[in-house]
Structures are given as structure tokens and as C-alpha cells.
Design a protein around this ligand. Structure first.
Ligand code: ATP
Ligand code: MG
Length: 337
């Protein structure tokens, strides 16, 4: 649905140059929820603004739904913006217009004139986002979560194929964040909408994204399936984000304070293997002896995952047999020390 190939964007301010996006290549599939995570200033907003050409790339290709975004004329650009909706951190609603009037704006821009049709479409959209009873209120009379729901209804007015979300939940409390994320997921599944979601919170990524790209200083430093990136982060920036989200101290800290002997091994269980008694069998059938140094069990989107860091003791042959048994049963085994 979206393809970026060697995309660069530099801002020129007075005599200074800021390389906001540097050599980014990404493929985002139709129907997936794709997360972009990174620190403030990493280039995330610039990256999504390149997708609907609120910014133009200085080099490289941006292709959306088969069209080269860089070479669109005014008419083509208007059509693109109808196919690519966007929601914002601070909602960007018009305070002097009611909920219904805010949602009507993109319909009128798209040339809708028949009041009855517009009203019917507004009803449908407000129903979808759970605001059927808030039609005639003004944004100032709504909570943050409700305002973002209006933003979502407005973004979906012209039935786009792609929804860009720039820190859409960053101004919301955790519970409201969860309900807005649930709505986005529901829309993704019901309408088959492709969602690109920018955030600095890994928890958001874990809740709804299928794949994620990590940005640092304008570059994508790591990308992949969310479970893979969460369980085996490679780049230091990714590790930091994961540690923050897990409230999990770094492995170095665990190893430095562990008062135990033995080699250190990390086991990762994904999917139904997270519930199977593989480790218990390794103990019972192979006599594996160990101490648990760290552990976490969680869900990544719909996938249950577990990760245990163990100091394993006992003779080498026993260890090898027990860990071979685990590997045979789909557990990822990594020797850390
Ligand atoms: N219109 C602009 N003019 C000049 N520089 C800009 C402009 N927009 C962004 N920048 C610079 O480009 C870099 C990337 O900015 P961008 O807004 O894309 O980051 P971000 O990852 O979205 O950050 P945040 O998490 O704070 O929203 C920053 O150094 C920023 O100062
Ligand atoms: Mg931003």
C-alpha cells in the first residue's frame, strides 16, 4: 500500500540544515497496522507527512496505492488526500463548529452537496466511532478521548484506504488511550484500513501494531514484526524503548547483580508454546537445574509471549540435552554468557 525508497528530507533554516529523514526505505502492506517509534525529533512526523505529501521528499520515491506521490498534480494530490486520512495529537477540530459540522468538512471539500446524504454519512461515521449521541455538541464540551473520536470520524469521512495517526493518543490518559486504540483496531479489521501509527510509546505498538520501524536521527535503525522486535531488539535505541515499556532492567544490570554461578541462557516462548510445560519437561526428563534471573510473560497484539533468563547449572551434557529438547519444541535458546 505504501512504499518508500531511499527517501530523504532536509529542512533548510537560515544557514542551518536539518536532515529530518535520511535514506528511509519502508514497505507497508495493505491492511496492516504499522508503527513508527522514535524519540522526539527523530523524524517520525516528517516521515508520515511525506506519505500524504504535506511535505515533499527531496529525493527518493514515495508510492501510495500504486501512485508516485512526488509527481502528482493538484487534482491528483486532492484525490490522494481523500484516500489518505490523518489524525493528530491535538485533534485539530474547529472549536466554533459542532461535532457533525466538523465531520462534514471533508465531505464538502470532496464535493458532497446533498444535505440529507451528508447527514446520513455523518450519522454512520458517528455511530462507527461511538459518538452517535454527541452530534450537536461543540469540541469544547467533549473529553479528549471523544475529541479524538471526532478526529477519527472526520478522517474516515471519504472512506480512505490509509489512516495516518501522528501521536494520536499522546494527549490522552492510559485508559482513554486503550479505548481509542481499540477503536482503531476495530476500524482496521472492519474496514480493512491500512494504519500508520506514530508514537513514542512502545506500549501502543505492542497493543495494536503488526510491524514496527524504529527511527533515530532521521534513519530507520530497525524494523520487523512487533513480537520479533520486542523479544529480540538489536539496536540500542530499540533496546531502550523495549526496556522502558517492560519496566524491565537491562540484562547487564541483571547479570551484574546476580549472585549465582552457571552459564546464562535466555529462553523465548512465542504463541501456544508460551503455555506448554516445555521447561517443566526439561527439568523432569533431563534433570536441568537452574535459577531464574529475570522473566516476563505478556501478550503482543494477540500473541502470547514469554521470556526467561536462567543461570543453568550442572554438567554440560545434561544442559545440552535439556536445551536441545526445548529447541526441538519451538523455544528460542540464546546463550548470553
Ligand atoms: N517545518 C520544519 N522546519 C524546520 N525544521 C523542521 C520542521 N519540521 C521538523 N523539523 C526538524 O526536523 C527534525 C525531525 O522533526 P519531526 O517533527 O519529524 O520529529 P518527530 O520524530 O515527529 O518528533 P516529536 O516526537 O517531537 O513529534 C527535528 O530536528 C525538527 O526540529
Ligand atoms: Mg512528531
Amino acid at each position: 500500500m505504501i512504499r518508500l525508497e531511499h527517501v530523504y528530507k532536509t529542512y533548510h533554516i537560515a544557514d542551518r540544515q536539518v536532515a529530518a529523514v535520511r535514506d528511509v526505505s519502508l514497505h507497508i502492506k495493505a491492511g496492516e497496522v504499522f508503527g513508527v517509534v522514535g524519540h522526539s525529533g527523530a523524524g517520525k512526523s516528517t516521515l508520515v507527512r511525506l506519505i500524504n505529501r504535506l511535505e515533499s521528499a527531496e529525493s527518493g520515491n514515495v508510492v501510495v496505492d500504486g501512485e508516485q506521490v512526488g509527481s502528482l498534480d493538484a487534482e491528483g494530490l486532492r484525490a490522494l488526500r481523500m484516500r489518505v486520512g490523518m489524525i493528530f495529537q491535538h485533534f485539530n477540530l474547529l472549536g466554533s463548529r459542532t461535532v457533525a459540522q466538523n465531520v462534514a468538512i471533508p465531505l464538502r471539500v470532496a464535493g458532497w452537496k446533498d444535505a440529507a446524504k451528508i447527514n446520513a454519512r455523518i450519522d454512520e461515521l458517528l455511530e462507527l466511532v461511538g459518538l452517535a449521541d454527541q452530534r450537536n455538541k461543540y469540541p469544547g464540551q467533549l473529553s479528549g478521548g471523544q475529541k479524538q473520536r471526532v478526529g477519527i470520524a472526520r478522517a474516515l469521512a471519504n472512506s480512505p484506504k490509509v489512516l495516518l495517526c501522528d501521536e494520536a493518543t499522546s494527549a490522552l490518559d492510559p485508559q482513554t488511550t486503550r479505548s481509542v486504540l481499540e477503536l482503531l483496531l476495530q476500524i482496521n479489521q472492519k474496514l480493512g484500513l491500512t494504519i500508520v501509527l506514530i508514537t513514542h510509546e512502545m506500549d501502543v505498538v505492542r497493543t495494536i501494531c503488526d510491524r514496527v520501524a524504529v527511527m533515530d536521527s532521521g534513519e530507520v535503525v530497525e524494523s520487523g514484526e512487533v513480537a520479533q522486535v520486542f523479544l529480540h531488539p538489536k539496536h540500542p535505541t530499540t533496546r531502550m524503548f523495549v526496556q522502558e515499556a517492560e519496566h524491565f532492567e537491562g540484562l547487564d544490570e541483571v547479570l551484574a547483580t546476580a549472585r549465582t554461578s552457571g552459564r546464562i541462557v535466555r529462553l523465548t516462548f512465542v504463541g501456544n508454546d508460551a503455555y506448554a510445560p516445555h521447561l517443566a519437561r526439561a527439568v523432569r526428563d533431563h534433570g536441568l537445574d537452574f535459577t531464574i534471573l529475570a522473566g516476563r510473560i505478556e501478550r503482543i497484539k494477540n500473541t502470547p509471549c514469554g521470556q526467561l533468563t536462567l543461570a543453568v547449572q550442572g554438567d554440560e551434557a545434561t544442559q545440552q540435552q535439556a536445551l536441545a529438547h526445548l529447541e526441538k519444541n519451538g523455544v528460542t535458546v540464546e546463550w548470553l554468557q
